[in-house]
Design a protein around this ligand. Structure first.
Ligand code: ZN
Length: 276
């Protein structure tokens, strides 16, 4: 066992995982558990000064790992496109303010629009905001989503597709977030993760599990170990590909959000130590 596997210093938690908590509560609770990182969802910053939140994260001894999320670059009108650019510039500014080195991109898709066209629009979108990301020192992390979201969330659905997009830019400020929930089924996953690492594009690793049956394709993600994903195997590939960052726990679960969040966080810590 490596040292990382025995403690939570390389564990980060997405604030959405404990959705009922405010950002202040999440910082306190995660830190008191010994969790090393926090990934900040933008909704938690409403009405807050992100600089102060960033300071609070540091004072608690944690790292801000990423800001979630930017993207949604696809459009059907010039107005929609302009709004998407503006929102992504804002996300980059918020990440910089909170001290997070990365914005995770859910890239976007439109039902009724060819996926190739959506991918062209995503490329245009990243191109447009990349100078802002570079100036802020913030990396844009493309997150490939499971194909069940190809209609309206993302036209980038495999690691291969994400690799192609990131390699087009060839920039230290464009990377990829590998999320086991979206990618576990892909027979080419190992080789595409290796390709990603080799090109210096592997910037994030997200974990949770796939429940059977899944009762809600957005809000019924599983706790690590309660589903069919071989997380240690994928983590092994990611580390072999050179990734040294945080293992980010990202679980949307309506059922868990209805329960006691302190108990939930304890279960997350146990599951992380056993099943990641
Ligand atoms: Zn994710």
């Amino acid at each position: 066992m490596t040292k990382e596997m025995q403690d939570l210093s390389k564990c980060a938690v997405h604030t959405i995982t404990t959705k009922p908590w405010s950002i202040e509560t999440a910082i306190d609770k995660y830190a008191s558990m010994g969790i090393g990182g926090i990934t900040v969802w933008r909704d938690t910053l409403t009405g807050r000064d992100p600089v102060l939140i960033g300071q609070q994260i540091k004072d608690a001894g944690m790292e801000a790992v990423a800001l979630v999320r930017g993207g949604f670059f696809t459009y059907t009108s010039a107005d929609e496109q302009a709004k998407a650019f503006a929102d992504n510039r804002l996300a980059i500014m918020e990440a910089e303010a909170v001290g997070a080195p990365m914005v995770v991109l859910v890239c976007g898709a439109h039902p009724g629009q060819r996926l190739e066209e959506s991918r062209n629009q995503i490329r245009e979108g990243i191109e447009a905001v990349l100078p802002h990301a570079e100036a802020a020192g913030v990396t844009l992390a493309i997150e490939p989503l499971h194909p069940m979201y190809a209609d309206d969330r993302s036209a980038i659905n495999t690691m291969k597709s994400a690799n192609e997009m990131a390699e087009y830019f060839h920039s230290p400020y464009v990377g990829i977030a590998v999320d086991v929930y979206h990618l576990w089924w892909d027979p080419d996953l190992e080789q595409e993760i290796m390709r990603c690492g080799k090109n210096g594009n592997l910037t994030a690793f997200h974990v949770c599990d796939w429940r059977t049956p899944t009762t809600d394709f957005l809000l019924d993600r599983g706790l690590m170990g309660e589903g069919c994903i071989d997380i240690p195997k994928i983590r092994g590939w990611v580390e072999k590909a050179g990734f040294k960052g945080f293992n980010e726990v990202e679980i949307f679960s309506k059922t868990r959000w209805e329960g006691d969040q302190d108990q939930w966080l304890k279960e997350i810590a146990d599951a992380y130590l056993k099943s990641v």
